[in-house]
Design a protein around this ligand. Structure first.
Ligand code: GLV
Ligand code: GLV
Length: 325
């Protein structure tokens, strides 16, 4: 097999790069930062395969810059709203993602956010670190019970259903919305399918597990927040633009809802003005899949996809399968 020329837009786990280097020439962005648009356009030129991040926008311009020899863009992420699938299909370029291996890590992280928000972990830790703790106080950092409450889930896909399963540990009532009903899941986990209005109205905790699409943009805005319980907690470890972040800042400030736990933001790495000043929100920097084991597994899928495609075989996780026809 002839060696091909592969580019990776940012350092991923070394073991996975080493595995790829056994077969191909691999170049990796040497900087500890994302490439600028100009750098991306320049670096993809002449490559046979490119491994990208969710921060790299891959559209017709990037695909054309890569050139007609380029066979695959492999995203090191399960989400692929940074990819123009149509433009890739038109040019015969395969696109792949890393589904499956990060479902548990991401669902567990959404739980970490939920528990941290409910029990005011970040806020009270800041207090201890600042030397403000002067003894056990009966009314300090009073949070919300999680056990036996109603858990609302928007989107019962791979990650949403993993998230739902973990609710059994807290004896929660699970309600969900989804494009389709999942009767088997309902039977097994005692979950109830509801419409969006019911989900908003009845959830004590509402966690979003939807893909970012034109019709899920601002799935939660001022109107939706106003229909939630004043004691409700909103969790988002999916994609930032699912929530109108400015509306959320206003809702948190005015106690329209009780709290929020956010892993993702509308304009990463920037966050909406006012958000960081609020104590009733837990904010972390898009780290839901960031575990040693999960990132290795993601790297293995991305590099295996590249190896397969460069061998002339179909990839394991194609997201524009029309291109294979
Ligand atoms: C992370 O956000 C991913 O899509 O994998
Ligand atoms: C708290 O520490 C308690 O003992 O109730």
């Amino acid at each position: 097999m002839l060696k091909s020329n592969v580019y990776i837009t940012r350092m991923i786990p070394q073991e996975t790069i080493d595995a790829l280097r056994q077969f191909h020439d691999v170049e990796v962005n040497p900087y500890d930062r994302a490439l600028t648009r100009d750098e991306l356009l320049q670096q993809v030129r002449g490559r046979d395969a490119v491994i990208t991040l969710l921060t790299d926008k891959v559209d017709g311009e990037v695909l054309d810059a890569a050139g007609p020899q380029c066979k695959i863009f492999a995203n090191y992420a399960v989400g692929f709203n940074n990819f123009d699938l149509k433009a890739a299909t038109q040019r015969g370029v395969i696109m792949t993602n890393t589904p499956g291996v990060l479902d548990d890590a991401t669902a567990t992280h959404a739980w970490a956010l939920l528990l941290a928000t409910a029990r005011r972990i970040s806020e009270s830790e800041r207090y201890v670190r600042a030397g403000q703790w002067h003894g056990w106080a009966p009314m300090a950092f009073i949070g919300q019970d999680v056990d036996h409450k109603t858990l609302g889930i928007a989107g019962l896909g791979r990650i949403g259903s993993k998230f739902a399963r973990k609710a059994a540990a807290f004896d929660m009532k699970v309600i969900y919305t989804n494009a389709v009903r999942e009767p088997e899941f309902e039977r097994q986990y005692g979950a109830t399918f509801v419409d969006k209005a019911t989900l908003l109205r009845e959830s004590d905790f509402l966690s979003l597990h939807l893909p970012l699409l034109p019709d899920t943009h601002h799935y939660i805005g001022a109107k939706e927040l106003a229909s939630m319980k004043p004691t409700a907690v909103l969790i988002n470890a999916a994609r930032g633009p699912l929530i109108d972040e400015q509306a959320l800042v206003a809702a948190l400030r005015n106690k329209v809802i009780w709290g929020a736990g956010l892993d993702v933001f509308e304009e990463e790495p920037n966050i909406a003005a006012g958000l960081a000043e609020l104590d009733n929100v837990v904010i972390v920097p898009h780290i839901a899949s960031a575990t040693i084991q999960t990132r290795l597994a993601m790297g293995k899928i991305a590099t295996d996809n590249v190896i397969s495609v460069l061998k002339g075989e179909p990839p394991h996780t194609c997201i524009n399968p029309e291109v294979l026809k």
